[in-house]
Design a protein around this ligand. Sequence first.
Ligand code: BT5
Length: 280
Amino acid sequence: MEKPFSQEMLQRLLAGVAFVSRAVYFPSAASTNDALKRMAAEGAPEGTLIVADEQTAGRGRLDRRWIALPGSSLLLSILFRPTAGAKHLPDSLCRGEKSPQANASPLHLTMVCSLAARDAIREVLGLEIALKWPNDLVHEGRKLGGILTEIAGDSEPVQHAVVGIGINANWDPSAAEFDQPATSLSNLAGRSIPRGELLRGIVAAVAERYAALRAGASPAKEWEAALETVGQSVTVQSPTGILEGVATGVDADGALLVRSADGQVHRVVAGDVRVRSPRR
Ligand code: BT5
């Protein structure tokens, strides 16, 4: 195992990233998302971050497990308060209008964080990865990371959201029995991954992309271009059932557009996607 993170190291790594209001290190946490959700409920400000070296109950969506070899992954959660700062606007200006903040749906935050991770992996390691709708970081069909976006309550615009990012850095998960093949950054790079440098790169990229989102720019088009899912024949398992078709793109809200054999285009907002045939 490589050198663990520490509180001092976090402080040093994240110094100068204006978005970060507080960064807290846990050698071990049940789940960084759960720990940050508790801090959020107690009033922690936007830009609070938790980083852990180990999770004893790391989670994916739908309470699936997120597995990580201690000390060899990036495990972090970031707190967003997309509506903070909009309070001073008089009701007359907000009523019926979509304020820029209202664009920060959970899926928009997933887009921001997954694109930021992709950018930092490119910049720090020179590796080109892809994204898979809605929340996976992948390389040639192998999953190397995932994003878990959770909001307080289920109302939009989002009051606060905790986004968890898990990335396989310096371990080999390829023999693990997950529901899709797995890989890691060290497998792809063939060398050890500087986790601290990557962490800083990801948080700095999140800060930049989140500022653009709050200014009203949707990341949906860029996200669509990064999704390996688009252009593929897919089977989508969603809360409303199973759908087969061709993924043709995403809309401005990030919903996946799937054209079924009868020509109808379906809008999918949540679910799991399996690619049935490689891109032609
Ligand atoms: C995800 O869920 O991919 C979101 C993962 C988010 C993890 C971070 S770590 C920091 C923060 N704190 C938490 O507690 N969670 C977040 P989902 O799309 O539901 O995928 C879960 C599935 O991925 C599992 O059912 C496994 O099949 C597979 N899986 C689990 N661990 C994996 C790993 N290390 N690498 C690749 N696949 C994995």
